[in-house]
Design a protein around this ligand. Structure first.
Ligand SMILES: Cc1cc2nc3c(=O)[nH]c(=O)nc-3n(C[C@H](O)[C@H](O)[C@H](O)COP(=O)(O)O)c2cc1C
Length: 199
């Protein structure tokens, strides 16, 4: 499986989480192509042909980014607007992404309780819904997204533990069926709790 990791962070050198995870994913040897998109396009002039060619060459497209204003960093929004064109990504002849996987990896500054979905709060899957709808329109498989809360205050060990978990399953073919994958990972987490409780 050929995996393309597109990292959208306005200043990756100052990042703790995304820089660490990008390196961990590269060191796993599972990523075919790994790119720092803000370094690639400091002037926001995206090379559409190059981006589309890269998309065609890979099977699993990863978008890695920090959550900014409950949304994405601006270059990622522009990349979506520029690259996912009519008759490439959608439209009567727009089937170039059909059958490919879309995986999101998101770092989140806030505490989990601010993403409970209760009252004024929205959950991460709700906030990321535009990607799920985009995957649907472009006939891609929307994989269960990965995210980590309290990204700014997390200890380095927590960041790397999370990064190892992401790297472990980044090329897992089972991820292509998000619902099944989520059910499996939930039941194995429950099994672990049972084991700890000696039940
Ligand atoms: C402009 C800006 C907007 C942000 N908006 C949010 C937000 O809406 N929700 C949130 O939980 N964290 C928000 N944060 C915190 C970032 O998500 C957090 O700093 C980032 O995930 C840490 O990752 P890094 O170490 O790779 O920079 C924001 C940070 C910045 C700079």
């Amino acid at each position: 499986m050929k995996i393309l990791n597109l990292v959208f962070h306005p200043n990756l050198n100052d990042s703790r989480v995304n820089k660490t995870w990008k390196t961990q994913l590269e060191e796993s040897g599972k990523i075919t192509t790994s790119r720092d998109m803000y370094a690639e396009y400091p002037d926001f002039q995206i090379d559409i042909e190059k981006e589309q060619a890269l998309l065609k060459e890979h099977d699993r497209i990863v978008f890695q980014f920090p959550l900014y204003w409950y949304s994405v960093p601006p270059l990622l929004k522009k990349w979506l607007d520029d690259v996912l064109t009519y008759n490439f990504a959608y439209g009567s002849k727009g089937d170039k992404l059909k059958g490919k996987d879309m995986q999101l990896i998101v770092s989140v500054g806030g505490h989990q309780k601010f993403y409970s979905g209760f009252d004024l709060y929205a959950t991460l899957p709700e906030l990321l819904k535009p990607f799920q709808l985009t995957a649907n329109l472009t006939q891609m498989n929307y994989l269960h997204p990965e995210w980590m809360y309290r990204a700014d205050s997390a200890e380095l060990e927590t960041i790397t533990t999370h990064g190892s978990k992401i790297a472990k399953s980044i090329n897992d073919p089972k991820r292509s069926n998000a619902r099944q994958y989520l059910n499996d990972s939930m039941s194995s987490e429950i099994d672990e709790v049972y084991k700890e409780l000696e039940l």
